[in-house]
Design a protein around this ligand. Sequence first.
Ligand code: ADP
Ligand code: MG
Length: 729
Amino acid sequence: MSELRFKVVEEAIRRKAVCLPATEERPSEMFGKNVFDEEKMRKYLPKKTYESLMETMKHGKALSREIADSVASGMKQWAMDMGATHYTHWFQPLTGGTAEKHDAFVEHDGKGGMIEEFSGKLLIQQEPDASSFPSGGIRNTFEARGYSAWDATSPAFIVDTTLCIPTIFIAYTGEALDYKVPLLRSLQAVDRAATDVCHYFDPEVTKVFSYLGWEQEYFLVDEGLYAARPDMVLTGRTLMGHESAKNQQLEDHYFGAIPTRVMSFMKDLELECWKLGIPVKTRHNEVAPNQFELAPIFEETNLANDHNLLLMSIMKKVARRHSFRVLLHEKPFKGINGSGKHNNWSLGTDTGVNLLSPGKTPQANLQFMTFLINIMMAVYKHNGLLKASIASATNAHRLGANEAPPAIISIFLGRQISAVLDKMISSTSDDAIEFDEKTGFKMYGIAHIPELLIDNTDRNRTSPFAFTGNRFEFRAVGSSDNCGGTMTVLNTSVADQLIEFKAQVDDRMARGETKETAIFAVLKEYIRECAVIHFDGNGYSDEWKAEAAKRGLDCETSVPLIFNQFVSPTTMGMFTRTGVLSSTELQARAEVKWETYTKKIQIEARVLGDLAINHILPVASRYQSMLLDKVYKMKELFGAKYETIAAQDLVLIEKISGHMAKIQTLTEKMIDARKVANKIENEREKAIAYHNTVAATFDEIRYHIDKLEEVVDNEMWPLPKYRELLFIR
Ligand code: ADP
Ligand code: MG
């Protein structure tokens, strides 16, 4: 039985790093080679087409059919020059991954042969069958049509020999069936609202961009060991496994020297990324053994998100070339850190100002404080929804464990900013601000922020939403997630908040207040109102959990109940006011979340049941019979004395029996719970039942299996152990 385990472990030990062929090219030369970027557009498109397309990409102008035909023809030519034979619309269904259906560039030529063909119609719009993607009831099977349509703001690229065209995915009836549509709408909403607010400070601003810099954490596991773990193959995580004696306690992995085999994988991956225009920059070992991180330079949010999705799929391919499997699951191993995807987020103007960067003048600082405080208000009002946007069956294992913030959203600001807020609140508006013709606003005691902020050591790793000097870092996002979900919520909440802010300031101005006084007064009210979201202390502590509950922050920990936030009146109001999601779309999204939760837990329950009953119990049973056999022989040999001589064996036999019995009854209990839950029709109720009655049995079943792993003969144990999975490269 354990022959397989020994074989794969041996293979993993012997596995050599793949030697990459030397490349003469510098990263800057390789960058964007496989992307239909501006440079290629200039080369392959007629001047008029190029200019028109630029208008669409930069200012959202509609693309005419004639121009689309011309773009398609240039794009096809470029793709064929690059050796591409197929094209696909590349979209982001609610499954969380990406979807693609490849078509060759061929059509009948009418003379019995074939020609390469790719029209503007095929570029702009396709009709993939939507019935096999989650839609939360929007799409009934009798109206299965869905449309994918080109998102011209994200450039086309080539993977292998396929031209990939980033697209949105909507239902026949117009509702969004993907993550991209709401993201694009939210970016537009925050652009409009933030630009309006910027006009208080600078009339030159015409556009505000949302920026995202994600940091992707992941694990690597040898492919042979991975294949020998059905739980990893089917659920992405280990459902059992006794802790390794050494794991991360020596803190010797973080930022350590990167193992050769891993380094070779990373280099290969980076080459692929650069060719695809993904500006990856940072790589390092993470805290847990075999855990790593990759981060790019931040980009405009829609593009950054496409790049993250592309990265996740490229990683999986490249890992295979190196006989690794990449684990993007948030918690592949119990007892050591899980993986997240820190979302560094900021807003910036087309005049080149980062709105989250303290400025050099008092006026710039008032603008900075305006955005900062409005963001705090947005996060405060929608803290439950932000949590819902990152909640999932898989991320639930990570949140609240000792490596990630609890399932409570709060904001860390640091000493300097906190001091500024205190100062603002304690001043009367008259003594705090004054308008100076030459320098703009004077905010007494606040103008010194830029100098103070040079001290950037003031960091807090335990906060889910931390201000880090010129951006916020949302750290609760799961490693396997589409960041689009979270970014949509964040940008929309901020947009909605900025609209309200502007209305309040305008109202005060209409009543005769000066602009500065009005802004200052509203901000002061906000600081008081959202004070409870601000927490600079230790987010991992138990005191914080109690304190947060007292403050009225959302402390719900059950994932299906957290999803209620998607359909709460506050959420519905915010999304419909801003036009980002309709109530039908929100209801549908919530349905998909509940459904996906149930399915994930259902799969885990099945795998756990199978492994427990037909992998673990038979082995434990065999080992136990060996012991029994020995005891019988002792009895024959030693007569009555055997009881003393075989005392330890008898204890062990009993111990094994105890664990086996527990595994058996708990597994039966789990299967029964599943049967009951499966009969529930309502997706929400079903998810709740899966959470409360099915998932609730996992830990205990696992506990007894892990106890058996400790006592059963190592040679018989069928599954690769933690010490083997985590330390072999
Ligand atoms: P950390 O110290 O948190 O690991 P890094 O230097 O690795 O930080 O940067 C994390 C990410 O934050 C990178 O993708 C970086 O480009 C991004 N980032 C930096 N400044 C901004 C900004 N103003 N807006 C958005 N992302 C940013
Ligand atoms: Mg970071």
